[in-house]
Write a protein that binds this ligand. Structure first.
Ligand code: NDP
Length: 512
């Protein structure tokens, strides 16, 4: 074995990906942004990797009148934009795409859709398994599902064959009450097993690797608790503002857009107990148990330990000027929507009692970064004269989600030179360097799992509910008693409001 061969030993038997059984995919909102930027490139990626079913079709649906050829033109544009270096096999992929249009609330449109999908099943020799993807504004979701049901499109065969599944994009409701209402409307026509609630963060390779890192390595798990961990930081920072999504974002804000879903899932994965197996239900159960263990914020906590902010005009590192949030397109004048949240929380279970978790997410930060940093307790006694115990840097394990996927372990090492000269260095694993490829796009993983019927990486109704139960009181307090937690301003292109710095300093820690 050459030295390079020893770096990665892959368990081949576990690395094979199986293409799903024949099926068709119907995409609602096929004229939209998410479809163009994410879904179409991901489907094409699966196609090129040989992971779409052997017999497959994709039927786009929206209100915009288009012919099949018009739609294929759009598909082609999206894919070429995502693969500027070339998109071999594009024509073969385009041949799988069809389109039909109608109003989302017109029953006749669904009768027509049923006819079109039957035609596709025949033309492409596909089975009658259908995946419906709702890439639509959330207020349309319940109505579309009701109409699909009315047209008989959600009815499955005996023993679930042929299957019918429906994928929902976040947000799953606007608060606890609306999430429960949506869920009861969905459940009146669909079985839980037919519902796939998408959170693209869970499709990221490095997010999935958190579980493998924790539970396939014996060395870290004994340390993964209040005895050895000082605190945990979860950061999701975006350098972008709100782009063209002002109308949506202004009604949502950072707490709904990031905390309720992505941040809570990352927290659950890093803190949950080991499931008894990798079975989807067992993994989802443990995530939900963890969400239930988060201590709700009291009114006093909200005052001191939850900070919200909104960006004002600023400049990029390159000197380009950045508009303030209130001057972004389709944002209400005088908007009080938060574009940044930082919070401290505790998990009330044996493993994590007393360990603070600091979460922060914001737009218009200096750079895009998503990571989870686990800071371990310092050594109990320093024998190196130049450092008192409190000055000794702590070991930090950083799970890097994006942009450079990998894992860093910061340790202290002898620095060449004087006898007690010490330096902090990182043992760094970079996904791209070790495996020689960029990780596949999150949507590829998740679309494949929808077709395979694997719900491990999707939100459960209990998880959605638990997360809203935590978040909704904060939203209510901000609305009813805004003075409890004032909206702080921060300059676009900086790391958020001063108040977030003061918050973590008050807890005796520092943001990384
Ligand atoms: P769009 O605003 O682009 O809407 C998608 C399509 O829905 C539009 O092309 C339009 O198609 C139709 N539509 C839009 N507004 C209305 C309306 N008021 N009434 C009826 N039809 C309407 O949405 P996105 O593609 O950005 O997002 C789709 C879903 O994905 C949303 O739930 C969003 O929250 C979620 N999401 C989006 C992300 C993104 O980056 N874009 C990221 C994560 C989640 P037509 O007029 O042709 O019918």
């Amino acid at each position: 074995m050459s030295p390079a061969d020893t770096r990665v030993t892959i368990g081949r038997a576990m690395c094979e990906e199986t293409p799903p059984e024949p099926c068709g995919m119907v995409i609602f909102g096929a004229s939209g942004d998410l479809v163009a930027r994410k879904l179409l490139p991901a489907l094409f990626g699966l196609f090129r990797r040989g992971l779409l079913p052997e017999r497959f079709f994709m039927l786009g649906f929206a209100r915009t009148p288009m012919t099949d050829d018009d739609f294929r033109g759009r598909v082609s544009e999206s894919i070429l934009a995502a693969h500027p270096q070339g998109a071999g096999q594009l024509d073969d992929f385009l041949a799988l795409c069809r389109y039909t249009y109608g109003d989302y609330d017109d029953p006749a449109a669904y009768t027509n859709l049923a006819l079109c999908s039957s035609e596709c099943v025949m033309d492409y020799h596909a089975a009658e398994n259908l995946l419906f993807y709702l890439a639509l504004p959330p207020h349309l979701h319940a109505g579309v599902v009701r109409h699909l049901h009315g047209a008989g499109l959600t009815a499955e065969g005996e023993n679930g064959s042929p299957w019918r599944r429906v994928v929902f994009e976040k947000p799953f409701g606007h608060d606890l009450a609306s999430a429960l209402e949506l869920d009861s409307r969905l459940c009146s026509v669909l079985r839980q097993e037919q519902i796939f609630r998408m959170d693209h963060y869970l499709g990221k390779e490095t997010v999935q690797s958190i579980l493998m890192f924790r539970f396939a390595n014996a060395i870290f798990e004994p340390l993964w608790n209040r005895g050895y961990v000082d605190h945990v930081q979860i950061t999701v920072a975006e350098s972008l503002g709100i782009e063209h999504r002002g109308a949506y974002y202004d009604s949502a804000g950072c707490l709904r857009d990031m905390f309720q879903n992505h941040m809570m899932q990352m927290l659950a994965l890093v803190a949950m107990e080991p499931p008894t197996s990798f079975d989807p239900e067992r993994v989802r159960d443990e995530r939900v148990k963890l969400l239930h263990s988060i201590r709700p914020w009291t009114a006093d906590d909200m005052r001191h330990w939850v900070v919200r902010g909104q960006y004002t005009q600023g400049v990029t590192a390159e000197g380009a000027s950045l508009a303030g949030y209130r001057h972004e397109p389709r944002v209400a004048e005088g908007s009080t929507t938060e574009t940044y949240v930082a919070a401290r929380l505790f998990i009330d279970n044996w493993r994590w009692q007393g360990v603070p978790f600091f979460l922060r997410s914001g737009k218009r930060m200096p750079r895009k970064v998503s990571e989870i940093a686990v800071t371990f307790r310092r050594v109990p006694h320093s024998m190196f004269g130049m450092h008192s115990k409190s000055e000794m840097p702590a070991n930090v394990l950083v799970l890097k989600i994006q942009p450079e996927e990998g894992i860093d372990l910061h340790i202290q090492a002898k620095q060449p030179g004087p006898k007690s000269c010490m330096a902090t260095m990182a043992l760094a694993f970079k996904y791209r360097e070790i495996f020689g490829i960029n990780p596949p796009d999150a949507y590829e993983r998740l679309l494949l799992d929808c077709m395979l019927g694997d719900r491990t990486l999707f939100w459960s109704r209990e998880g959605v509910e638990a997360s809203w139960r935590l978040i909704t009181p904060v939203l209510d307090t901000w609305c009813d008693n805004p003075q409890t937690s004032p909206l702080h301003q921060y300059t676009a292109g900086t790391w958020g409001p001063e108040a977030a710095q003061r918050m973590i300093s008050a807890a005796g820690r520092q943001w990384r």
